[in-house]
Design a protein around this ligand. Structure first.
Ligand SMILES: Cc1cc2nc3c(=O)[nH]c(=O)nc-3n(C[C@H](O)[C@H](O)[C@H](O)COP(=O)(O)O)c2cc1C
Length: 375
């Protein structure tokens, strides 16, 4: 499977640098953003979920209606939709778009955030429920006869769906860094999502997911998705100047109460964010260009690690992760639309060129090996 690129969709111009709290949907912006991603060869766009945010299914339908190739990744918290309903909603979108739908599971990292929509399970239970939910989706998409389900969290009788995914299956992704995330993602999912950590820590997480896949008796492995927020400029020096401006702006927004996490907020409860903060405490720059002050400035609220540099530096850094086995690369910036254009123009072609060069080198090595064996 060749490496593919993921972006993130936002429904209006609000972004982490210039937040516009409670801005309504801007349909023209959404269409332009989605078409730009499509035109520049992004393969997927994530539609994230938060208790206060827009409905990801209708945002997804709009993106699909205005694009030709890009796949949507619908972020889904099991507490928000009954699984048979979600299975049909996803399959409906999939049929409407000729098979351009992926679902990304979020067990929920914060008890307080989950409680906002009536979910009072603890995290362990949320992961347990998520496992049942994923099993139900698979059954709904494949069953040819009415079936019963008798789980701990869901029970129903004689359900059958007439809405099937276009290719028989919709890829299932999961994001998280706790043991339960590795176990369920490794055992059941097609894709496993990570936030940007240094190469050594990323390798450690990939190995954990693969271990769980093997333990579950799988002969295949989930694809690995890794997420960065690149800060790009013509040269490395200019990119570092820009990075410090981004950081100043994030800190100023937080001071003014404009960021997603107020200055007084408690340490995050999800393991993924805790890991990011631990790594941030060990140093600002890791590997070639992975930058952590943006993590600290936002209390690690979601994907917050930057890659800083010229297009070549960013591309080389991404290729390091592709070499490690992460073949789904999520890049979104701090200035969403303009960064997507820059990545599409300058980064995607360089990474794809790097992949081609690696393929040619390995083909050549294969030919040379064959010649030696024949001699
Ligand atoms: C790639 C990726 C995307 C994510 N997208 C979302 C999202 O849209 N909304 C959300 O609440 N959490 C999102 N998360 C966060 C986790 O799914 C969440 O914190 C998890 O349920 C618990 O994390 P833990 O297992 O690391 O403790 C995402 C995580 C990853 C890795």
């Amino acid at each position: 499977m060749p490496a593919e690129f993921i972006s993130v969709t936002f429904p209006n111009e609000s972004n982490d640098l210039h937040p516009q709290p409670q801005a309504p949907i801007d349909p023209a912006y959404l269409q332009r953003y989605a078409r730009t991603l499509d035109d520049y060869g992004f393969n997927y766009t994530l539609i994230p979920y938060a208790s206060s945010s827009f409905d990801p299914f209708t945002i997804g339908a709009t993106i699909l209606a205005h694009t030709k190739n890009i796949n949507i990744i619908v972020a889904l918290r099991p507490n928000t939709v009954y699984p048979t309903v979600a299975a049909k909603a996803l399959a409906t979108l999939d049929q409407l778009s000729g098979g351009r739908v992926v679902v990304h599971f979020i067990a929920g990292g914060s008890d307080d955030e989950q409680a906002r929509e009536g979910d009072f399970l603890n995290k362990e239970e949320r992961y347990e429920r998520q496992e049942e939910y994923i099993r139900i989706l698979r059954l709904v998409w494949s069953a040819t006869e009415p079936f019963d389900f008798d789980g701990k969290y869901y029970q129903f009788k004689q359900f059958i769906s007439n809405v099937r995914p276009t290719k028989g299956h919709i890829p299932i992704s999961l994001g998280g860094s706790s043991d339960a995330a590795y176990r369920i993602g490794g055992a059941l999912c097609d894709i496993f999502g990570l936030w940007g950590e240094p190469l050594a820590e990323t390798k450690q997480q990939i190995d954990r997911v693969y271990e769980e896949a093997a333990k579950a008796g799988r002969t295949d492995r989930p694809r690995i998705w890794v997420t960065f927020r690149p800060i790009i400029a013509e040269t490395d020096e200019l990119a570092w100047v820009k990075a410090h401006k981004v950081l100043d702006q994030l800190n100023a927004n937080r001071e003014k109460g404009l960021s997603r996490k107020p200055v007084s907020s408690a340490p995050p409860a999800n393991v993924g964010s805790q890991r990011l903060l631990d790594i941030a405490a060990r140093g600002h720059v890791h590997d070639r260009a992975l930058w952590y002050p943006t993590v600290t400035a936002t209390n690690a609220s979601g994907a917050t690690t930057a890659l800083v540099g010229s297009p070549q530096t960013i591309a080389d850094s991404i290729l390091d992760y592709i070499d490690l086995g992460a073949d789904l690369i999520s890049i979104r910036g701090y200035d969403n639309y303009n960064d997507a254009v820059d990545y599409g123009r300058y980064v995607l072609p360089l990474v794809r060129e790097g992949i081609r060069a690696r393929e040619e080198a390995s083909e050549q090595a294969g030919k040379d090996g064959g010649k030696k064996a024949a001699a």
